[in-house]
Design a protein around this ligand. Structure first.
Ligand code: NAD
Length: 329
């Protein structure tokens, strides 16, 4: 029986791990710790390894895994920048990741928040906190009247386009790569048209040198004053100070953010008051801004796929087959 060790296992992953192990007749050891020089020894005697972490692997780990006879590292996540691909190759370790574990998870979160904004629910909440139950002045619109602009129609942007199209909205998209299978749901156009014509602008590009700060003061000025910005991708796509100014000057109607450029300072933990940056506090106080703590991915489907897609690739490699998601440098 093959033996696989999984590092940094979350409680909610365990049922999916147990089910996969039974189905494939594989022995799996789950440990809560990350893969570090202190914990790498736990992998001795195992055939395969499956990890999830963002902190870079210590260089000593690669030859150690090799000395244990391990032939792969599977990242059960999209990002694999914590793995030094050169060291992996030098030590005969095939690297795989899980590139799209549930695009719908993120797409549905973006849609949920957009609907909350469109229906002005933050304003209702603020009124009701004051025991003011009047609705006058908070008239809303209906989603099929709206034009939605998807910036980056890949896995998540494509799923987002399909959701809005299903609700009857008109969907525009900008992406250097056109996918024929998305054409029933969206119309490809250019960035200026998306910014100018959309009632909801939803960001789904990777963060790279070209896309960093793409939503700045100039871009926000091109948007309708009634439009909403949705960022479920990466905080660095948006210049936060420019977004705050645009909101304060009523240049756009609101925003939903699952990610912030400086989220590393305080997300994913119980933060202390002094760790909370001023721009977050400003945004959080606005009734037309919704913030979630980079949790758009966090669904049961995503958890299951993260586990099973990662383990499938470990087993394919152990059986001498080509993995589904080899990482190409
Ligand atoms: P993907 O690679 O499938 O799609 C990205 C798309 O953006 C591609 O089609 C690409 O051609 C396009 N693109 C690249 N540069 C562009 C540009 N300058 N203008 C327009 N389009 C451009 O990626 P994905 O899996 O759909 O992920 C999208 C984003 O969501 C990424 O930033 C990712 O990090 C983020 N993400 C967020 C969460 C979350 O929990 N909030 C979870 C997973 C992924």
């Amino acid at each position: 029986m093959k033996k696989i060790i999984m590092y940094a296992v979350l409680d909610e992953e365990q049922p999916f791990i147990d089910a996969w192990a039974r189905e494939h007749d594989v022995e799996i050891k789950s440990v809560a710790e990350r893969l570090t020089p202190e914990t790498v020894g736990l992998a001795k005697g195992f055939d395969g390894i499956n990890v999830q972490q963002t902190i870079p692997l210590d260089p000593s780990i690669y030859p150690t895994l090799k000395s244990f006879g391990i032939k792969q590292i599977t990242a059960r996540m999209v990002g694999f920048d914590f793995i030094d691909l050169k060291l992996a190759r030098e030590n005969g370790l095939t690297v795989t990741n899980v590139p799209a574990y549930s695009p719908r998870a993120i797409a549905e979160m973006g849609l949920t928040q957009a609907l909350r904004l469109v229906r002005k629910l933050g304003y209702y909440d603020a009124r009701m906190d004051q025991l003011d139950f009047r609705w006058s002045g908070l008239e809303s619109t209906e989603i099929y009247n709206l034009t939605v602009g998807v910036i980056g129609a890949g896995h998540i942007g494509g799923a987002t386009a399909q959701l809005y199209a299903a609700l009857g909205a008109k969907v525009l998209a900008v992406d250097p790569v056109h996918h024929a299978e998305l054409e029933p749901y969206l119309t490809y156009t250019d960035l200026a048209t998306v910014l100018k014509e959309s009632d909801i602008v939803t960001l789904h590009t990777p963060l790279n040198a070209e896309t960093a700060n793409m939503i700045d003061a100039a871009a926000l000025k091109q948007m309708k004053s009634t439009a909403y910005l949705i960022n479920m991708a990466r905080g660095g796509l948006v210049v936060t100070a420019d977004l705050i100014a645009a909101l304060q000057n009523h240049e756009i109607a609101g925003a939903a953010l699952d990610t912030l450029a400086n989220e590393g300072q305080f997300f994913e933990k119980q933060a202390q008051p002094e760790e909370i940056p001023a721009d977050y506090k400003t945004l959080r106080a606005m009734p037309n801004v919704l913030i979630s703590p980079h949790s758009a991915f966090y669904t049961d489907t995503a958890m299951r796929n993260i586990v099973t897609m990662g383990l499938d690739d470990v087993l394919l490699i152990l059986n001498g087959k080509r993995p589904n998601y080899p990482v190409v440098e």
